[in-house]
Design a protein around this ligand. Structure first.
Ligand code: SF4
Ligand code: SF4
Length: 162
């Protein structure tokens, strides 16, 4: 009987101690709001900045002239461990040499298969691709996760060699 009363009070004591420990953490962040790391998503959607090393999705860099640095060499496709990238290349006459040279026709990227390992980015000899910081990829139609990365009408920048 005495033992069960002792256990009863010891449980109450442990409960109060645990509550106070939790309240201490809450109180700390209440008085130090600058240390709070929790993001109020999606309310902060307009201002949310992902950290520098965040890997959202692969994209092909285009400049203001709609030019990119992709030669269609397929190094990224070969480096990808799971077939996320498909490079469909074509041939065109190089105006500098007058000889046919490989060019990119379609850069297909299956976002739904990408593990964001970054191997394609490392493999690219011309730094044509990068990881973006986009983070909202939810869609109702999974075909929307297959993207063409070279923009319509885009072409390779001058001076980029395979
Ligand atoms: S990040 Fe990795 S998985 Fe995604 S396309 Fe590049 S190599 Fe493939
Ligand atoms: S993105 Fe880079 S590695 Fe991939 S095909 Fe283009 S130039 Fe080659």
């Amino acid at each position: 009987m005495l033992k069960s009363i002792k256990n009863y009070f010891s449980e109450i004591f442990r409960g109060v101690k645990s509550l106070l420990t939790g309240m201490k953490v809450t109180g700390h962040y209440f008085t130090h709001p600058s240390e709070i790391v929790t993001q109020q998503y999606p309310e902060n959607r307009d201002t949310l900045q992902m950290f520098d090393r965040f890997r959202g999705e692969v994209f092909l860099i285009h400049d203001e002239n709609n030019e990119h640095a992709c030669t269609g060499c397929s190094a990224c496709e070969l480096a990808c461990p799971n077939g996320t990238i498909e490079i469909i290349s074509d041939k065109a006459i190089d105006p500098e040499t007058g000889k046919p040279k490989k060019i990119i026709d379609t850069f297909v990227y299956h976002l739904s298969m990408c593990t964001f390992c970054n191997l394609c980015i490392i493999a690219c000899p011309t730094d044509a691709i990068k990881m973006s910081k986009t983070y909202e990829h939810a869609v109702y139609d999974r075909t929307k996760l297959t993207k063409i990365l070279n923009k319509p009408g885009s072409k390779i920048m001058k001076g980029i060699k395979e």
